[in-house]
Write a protein that binds this ligand. Structure first.
Ligand SMILES: *Cc1c(COP(=O)(O)O)cnc(C)c1O
Length: 409
């Protein structure tokens, strides 16, 4: 073996020793409410396809049609010759859905965060993030070169302390750095805990201190509000948030990410977001499927699926409660089962798989060390009886009962 592989082997053994080893699990089916894994059917409690749209015939038809009309590939970046009609239709759809002046689609939510934050901030600026924001926002913050400050999860007092420091710094700045900006970044529904950000208070705070606010609605889009636009709109705050991030690969059922906001914001991103400029446009099929997903969510069928999802969420929580647990009362289709030790979480996930349930063990670096958990996600496509049976299986596992409790917030 070469010195290179020797070095990597050393690192890999460190990962194994820490119970952080990860491997890919090949599925031989689409990612529906049940999946085919290692020759068996398992109930899938791991997907973010909350409304079951990833396998919806309307989205599949839209993707197929777009591939026929516009090809399998996009040919180039959007600014070269890849700006195809499906991308424009998707962006018009996103803006209409989010009720913003404009929107820009990216190949992933990760790319959207990276592109937006690095386009908006530089080394003279300050970025303040919630401790639990998604890795893409943390990576973007570091890449931007802005001064990074982290506030404890949903801790408005700590955020305000940091804002006071940041505005004092801003006022003391020399003319050369006078245009220093402060950006606050949070999620509306947190991806690994399923809890919600105090958006109203965050908006008040950022206004008071003249900061900008970016809200990642990856797990709220399609789920919250009368129009299912997300939590910001549900609280009537859409227009007061400078930058709204969304993903098209979760409730929307396709793949991709977007930034929604003002025309100026989108124009700046087209000119400055490097993950947009220097990357081939998403395939037409993905853009068309995403547009179809958003259209469906906006229609009465979307309202019905949304209602069904919340019925399923309550069903699972009630069943889990009957099985001896006390789930969080926060309305969220993400139900984390807190385990703690990494090895226990992996062992439980393996046991549940053997019993017919596909539930991922979430470990560092997705969450903090020693805060491993099973992350159960509910979909409108789940059958109530299956969720109840899962809860009984969960309740029957005494080792689980000893070492786990559902996060209460
Ligand atoms: C999934 C996710 C992203 C990234 O979106 P992708 O389209 O999967 O790259 C960003 N933020 C949050 C909170 C997410 O859960």
């Amino acid at each position: 073996m070469s010195a290179f592989e020797d070095e990597l082997e050393l690192r890999l053994s460190g990962i194994r020793a820490a119970d952080l080893w990860r491997e890919l699990r090949r599925l031989d089916s689409s990612v529906g409410p049940s999946i085919r894994f290692a020759g068996r059917e398992l109930l899938n409690l791991s997907s973010n396809d909350y409304l079951g749209l990833a396998v919806h015939p309307l989205l599949i038809d839209a993707a197929t049609q777009a591939a026929r009309d516009f090809g399998a590939g996009s040919g180039a970046s959007r600014l070269i010759c890849g700006s195809l009609a499906p991308h424009h239709r998707l962006e018009e759809r996103i803006a209409a859905f989010k009720d913003t002046a404009a929107a820009l689609a990216f190949s992933t939510g990760y790319a959207a965060a990276l592109g937006a934050i690095t386009a908006l901030l530089g080394p003279d600026d300050i970025i303040i993030v919630d401790k639990l924001v998604h890795a893409c926002c943390v990576d973007a913050a570091r890449l931007s070169g802005a001064k990074l400050r982290v506030f404890a999860h949903n801790d408005l007092n700590e955020l305000e302390t940091i804002l006071k420091w940041a505005t004092a710094k801003k006022h003391a700045a020399t003319t050369a750095t006078k245009r220093q900006q402060i950006l606050i970044v949070t999620e509306s529904v947190f991806s690994m805990d399923g809890d919600l950000a105090p958006l109203r208070e965050l908006v008040e705070l950022k206004d008071r201190y003249g900061a900008w606010l970016m809200v990642d609605e990856a797990h709220a889009l399609g789920l919250f509000g009368k129009h299912r636009r997300g939590l910001a709109d549900a609280l009537g705050l859409g227009e007061r948030i400078e930058i709204q991030l969304g993903t098209l690969g979760k409730a929307v059922g396709s793949a991709g990410g977007f930034i929604a906001g003002s025309r100026q914001l989108v124009d700046l991103l087209i000119n400055r977001a490097r993950s947009f400029i220097f990357s081939t446009a998403p395939v037409p099929a993905a853009a068309a499927a995403a547009a179809a997903g958003l259209e469906l969510i906006a229609r009465p069928e979307g309202a019905a699926l949304n209602e069904q999802l919340w019925i399923r969420v309550n069903c699972l929580k009630n069943a889990i409660t009957r099985a001896g647990w006390s789930p969080s009362s926060v309305p969220s289709p993400i139900v984390p089962l807190q385990v703690g030790a990494e090895d226990t979480a992996v062992k439980l996930a393996t046991e549940l798989r053997a019993a017919g349930y596909f539930v991922p063990a979430i470990r560092f670096p997705s969450v903090a060390r020693g805060s491993a958990r099973l992350r159960v996600t509910v979909s409108a496509a789940h059958e109530q009886a299956d969720l109840e049976q899962f809860a009984r299986t969960l309740g029957a596992r005494s080792c689980l009962a000893l070492s786990t409790s559902i996060i209460e917030r």
